[in-house]
Design a protein around this ligand. Sequence first.
Ligand SMILES: N[C@@H](CCC(=O)N[C@@H](CS)C(=O)NCC(=O)O)C(=O)O
Length: 208
Amino acid sequence: MITLYTYNTINGQVAELVLHCLEQPHQIKTVDLMKGEQRSAEFLKMNPSGRIPVLVDPAERDGRDKPLVVSQTGAIVTYLGRQYGDAWYPQNESSRSQVDEWIWFQLTDISTNLFNNFYLKSLIEVPQPEAANVLRDRALDFYQVFDQALKVRAYLTGSDMTLADLVSFPVVHASAKYGLTDRYAGLKRWYRDMQADLKIRSWLDRLR
Ligand SMILES: N[C@@H](CCC(=O)N[C@@H](CS)C(=O)NCC(=O)O)C(=O)O
């Protein structure tokens, strides 16, 4: 069975939501970032950068004789999409590249800026709230682009929900309480529709 080493952060939630929606049997092993468990020798063997999430898939494939270990949220979710999620990750390269575009936009331009905002506010000895706010605002401004797309189509790449929507959901969910979705009508409609989806709803119930 797949094991996801994770913690309740946005990147951790993204990997967990994708596993949940792809209905892949899995177990969760919590790596307590507050206790520094990501820096244990055992964890560093799986991911030398000392970051969650990490996915371990024991399925026998591609002639390998030991479990596959994957880190980096984008690599994890696209691996899952390729192996287990045809319906969520189109096989046609043109459509797939559109899904990838949103995945990387979300993970690099948005999640990274928001994590650095959190780092500057909460994780360093001398917090730097002004610099942190610049990064937060920069990330939230990017949602203009999401909003434009979601005003003309149901989901990020078209009429069907894909990995791109799943990867984008946890940040929007976490930021909605700070007024993000009130700022953007298209994003707000998408957020409402996503929340109404049965799989997303059952994942949100588990999150509470
Ligand atoms: N680029 C990595 C970033 C992973 C990352 O920053 N993980 C954070 C939690 S969201 C972490 O484990 N931080 C622990 C630390 O910095 O010590 C990815 O996309 O997975």
